[in-house]
Design a protein around this ligand. Structure first.
Ligand SMILES: *Cc1c(COP(=O)(O)O)cnc(C)c1O
Length: 473
């Protein structure tokens, strides 16, 4: 029996209980097949990865760690969790891997609290001669709680591509820590390491966070290590976006975060092409603290997702994944060059990872209008602010795109150059619609027929590179 029958049968069973869910699931496949997915944080996991998630592992509670659970009967969960961790350690060359986090945010919380446990809690317990926090008096505990709140983090500014979880107020990380941002050079738009060092010397952070979700360039993690060492900070790298390029050995040496960082967190579903989930890697010194992610931050692990992580990480250890990762980066270069030569401005003037950040201000539209006009034409992107964005974080002047998903479908240089052409044509033709108070920042107009023509051109590319060709659904 093939995949088509397996999924047809599964959808039919689902449909007997709730037809709307079965129908939405079918429709989601159709929609993903028929749109140019350029969202830089999305991908398509393999069918074995997807299948590994849909099992009875979902029914099992397994709080604790491998071989040390608070529930009986966890021997099979132990197997999938240790296989996932084994693959992660081998793939990334890490001392220790923790496969339980449910998402990128959860992985970051595990990372933060393990660093706080290591740097703040353990020394306090030692000083007071206590073995665990449960032994502390009310007064000592209250003092320790207040000490947590005084810790400082430096993360990349949201404005230049950092992530909300790097100490920003709307996220819990900003409520936990005092935060200072580091930014990029106003001219080159690249990370200004000298300024970061100077600011770190003044601010004295406990943690320096490196990593981004909208910065189209590589980071020098050896330099980040030097800066962290100079101020006694723990180096935490959030590679949620670019883990696939690390796994696929596109980022090596000073660009590979794992040998330089104390703790590394990632998602597993972005460029890594696994199930929706998180993962934490740690140097030996931090391993025991990360291992306490449950109960520190997490409840029971998603065993079915850990099974899928194990499958995805096994896939990422195949030579084909290195080829994939190289194509992701090569394709991003082609996409960037294709846009530049057609008059589209790019933040930092290009890319050397999987992200391209377009600045659409010179077309007289906002990022929001660009995002909507592109969507109309069958091109799925997301708006994003650019450094010092005059349109703010809601309307923005930027649109972020990336190559991981379409590279999974088999798009190469020719296809990405054509994608650049389709995008540039839409951006050039889009104009703000009139509103009673002047040109709208949200509504837009496109010339008649352009959206349809672009959709047809996109369909040609997509039909030549079908998504899940094994699935006749
Ligand atoms: C996507 C992302 C996250 C959050 O991942 P979720 O799985 O959505 O919680 C965290 N950090 C960075 C840098 C990201 O890009």
């Amino acid at each position: 029996m093939g995949w088509s029958q397996v999924y047809a049968e599964a959808l039919s069973l689902i449909g007997q209980v709730e037809p709307r869910v079965a129908e939405a699931t079918r429709q989601e496949l159709a929609d993903q097949r028929s749109s140019l997915k350029l969202i830089a944080s999305e991908n398509y996991a393999s069918l074995p990865v997807l299948a590994a998630m849909g099992t009875w592992f979902s029914d099992k509670y397994a709080e604790g760690t491998v071989g040390h659970r608070f529930y009986a009967g966890c021997q099979n969960v132990d197997t999938v969790e240790s296989v996932a961790a084994e693959h992660a350690r081998a793939l990334f060359g890490a001392d220790y891997a923790y496969a339980q986090p449910h998402s990128g945010i959860d992985a970051n919380l595990v990372a933060y609290w393990s660093i706080l446990a290591h740097r703040v809690e353990s020394p306090t317990l030692e000083r007071l001669g206590a073995k665990s926090v449960n032994e502390l008096s009310e007064g000592d505990w209250e003092e320790l709680r207040l000490t947590f709140a005084q810790q400082r983090v430096m993360g990349m500014s949201l404005d230049v591509g950092g992530h909300l979880t790097h100490g920003f107020r709307p996220n819990i990380s900003g409520k936990m820590f005092r935060q200072l941002s580091y930014g990029t050079d106003p001219v080159t738009q690249l990370i200004d390491y000298d300024k970061l060092l100077a600011d770190a010397r003044e601010f004295k952070p406990l943690i320096i966070v490196a990593g981004y979700s909208a910065y189209p360039r590589r980071v020098n993690f050896a330099r980040m290590r030097e800066i962290a060492d100079a101020v006694g900070a723990t180096l935490f790298v959030d590679m949620a976006h670019f883990a696939g390029l690390v796994a696929g050995k596109v980022f090596t040496g000073e660009e590979d975060p794992v040998p330089w960082a104390d703790v590394v967190a990632t998602t597993t579903h972005k460029s890594l092409r696994g199930p929706r989930g998180g993962l934490v890697l740690a140097a030996k010194e931090y391993a025991a603290d990360v291992d306490r992610g449950c109960p520190m931050v997490l409840g029971g692990p998603l065993s079915h997702v850990m099974a899928a992580k194990a499958v995805a990480l096994a896939e990422a250890r195949q030579p084909a994944f290195q080829d994939y990762a190289r194509r992701v980066a090569d394709n991003a270069k082609v996409l960037a060059e294709g846009l530049l030569k057609r008059g589209v401005k790019l933040v930092t003037g290009g890319t050397d990872n999987h992200i391209v950040l377009m600045d659409v201000a010179n077309f007289g539209i906002t990022g929001r209008q660009a995002e909507s006009a592109l969507l109309d034409a069958g091109i799925v992107t997301n708006r994003n602010s650019v450094p010092n964005d005059p349109n703010g974080a809601w309307y923005t002047s930027g649109v972020r795109i990336g190559t991981p998903a379409l590279t999974t479908r088999g798009f190469g240089a020719d296809e990405f150059d054509r994608v650049a052409e389709l995008i540039a044509d839409v951006l050039k033709a889009a104009a703000p619609a009139d509103s009673p108070s002047g040109p709208s920042k949200a509504k837009y107009v496109l010339p008649d027929g352009l959206a349809q023509r672009t959709k047809a051109a996109a369909a040609e590319l997509l039909d030549a590179h079908p998504l899940y060709p094994e699935l006749q659904l």
